[in-house]
Design a protein around this ligand. Structure first.
Ligand code: NAP
Length: 341
């Protein structure tokens, strides 16, 4: 995995402009949120095939915190600027770039340099058009949330309109995206959240059923909602807590798709065997080019027709990145947290 690309210094084929500076969050050592500092660094210049984006909003994701702590499989070279999600306006393009031009509104997908900055450098393939109807803070919540939800539901879950889906952890970024996409595809959507506010959001965004994952016996209520047959697809945001129960809740021929996990899980394989059910798992860092292209096609359609409506729970100034990293890991999720440079 080429994690050197996340380095803010001077990625291959680029030259830092000494005379132009920008503000960016820098991580010089792995550790607690406080290792993130707002600094002045040279503004990068796009090389051939690259695009410089003026960031208007940066999305905060749980993986940003795992990466910053140094505990994640993807470990960037230090120092680096966090952020794989962002939206803004193309500032300039390098030689050979035809997909976008200066002035275009775009959302970013895991760009070369981090989005917690005033400017971010991306490959042409890592920028995609952001329709006028989507604000920059909303655009900062597009790629990771909707890309992950779409890939999980469509490519791994193999969703069909006649099926039911449990979005296990529906109040956060990925969960809300999954609820909107699944409902638009015609599935019966069951979502969970841990607060009343979260449950209301999950219902507002399209779930026919919403249950509190902190209430004892809620899995029985989910089974009842499916008429006792179980759920066809489970999109799981916290597998270390829920995977064993998911294997008992999934329907015959069903698919459990592990999206998030923060520890180990023990399951009873016979639960799956008796149901001809399967467990899938993925990370977006490993997505194939074909699936990535399909994800962006799905996002383009969903943003254009309004079925994908990113929910921004909190906007904070870039200087508050430390607070953002603490809050994204706290219970009581409500859509996305975004940083405004
Ligand atoms: P988020 O916005 O922080 O949301 C976290 C969600 O998990 C909330 O809905 C939260 O609900 C829910 N949750 C908390 N306790 C739960 C429980 N016991 N059972 C079920 N759900 C529970 O995070 P996100 O961006 O949606 O991401 C969700 C997870 O997927 C994270 O672990 C993230 O690292 C992972 N992820 C993986 C990929 C990948 O490539 N595989 C991509 C993106 C994200 P309440 O706060 O309402 O309790």
């Amino acid at each position: 995995m080429d994690v050197g690309l996340l380095y803010i210094g001077a990625p291959p084929g680029t030259r830092a402009l000494e005379e132009t500076k920008m503000k960016a969050i820098l991580v010089r050592e792995f550790g607690a949120p406080e290792v993130m500092k707002l600094e002045e660094v040279p503004t990068p210049k796009p090389g051939a095939g690259q695009v410089l984006v003026h960031i208007r909003a940066a999305g905060v994701n749980p993986f940003d915190t795992y990466m910053r702590s140094g505990s994640y499989a993807v470990k960037p070279a230090l120092p680096y600027t966090p952020g794989g999600d962002g939206a803004g306006v193309v500032e300039s393009v390098g030689q050979g770039v035809t997909k976008v031009k200066a002035g275009d509104r775009v959302y970013l997908a895991h760009p070369l340099t981090g989005t917690y900055a005033e400017f971010t450098l991306a490959l042409e393939s890592q920028v995609n058009p952001l329709p006028e109807r989507v604000s920059f803070p909303e655009g900062a919540g597009v790629y990771v949330a909707y890309g992950t939800a779409y890939h999980g539901l469509v490519h791994h879950g193999k969703a069909h309109a006649s099926e039911s889906v449990l979005v296990h952890g529906a109040s956060g970024g990925v969960g809300i995206a999954a609820v909107q996409i699944a409902r638009a595809m015609g599935l019966t959507v069951i979502g969970t959240a841990g607060t009343e506010k979260g449950l209301e959001l999950v219902k507002r965004e399209g779930a026919q059923y919403a249950f509190n994952h902190r209430t004892a016996g809620y899995q029985d209520a989910i089974r009842e909602a499916t008429g006792g047959r179980g759920v066809d697809i489970i999109l799981e945001m916290l597998a270390n807590v829920n995977l064993a129960a998911d294997c008992k809740l999934v329907a015959r021929g069903g698919r459990v798709v592990v999206i998030g996990s923060r520890g180990d899980a023990t399951i009873t394989p016979r639960d799956l065997m008796g149901r001809n059910a399967s467990i899938h798992a993925f990370t977006m860092w490993n997505i194939s080019e074909a699936d990535e292209a399909d994800v962006h096609a799905g996002i383009a359609a969903g943003l254009a027709n309004g079925t994908m409506r990113p929910v921004v729970g909190k906007e904070m100034p870039l200087a508050d990145a430390v607070r953002a990293h603490k809050e994204v890991m706290e219970p009581g999720a409500f859509g996305k947290i975004v940083l405004i440079p």
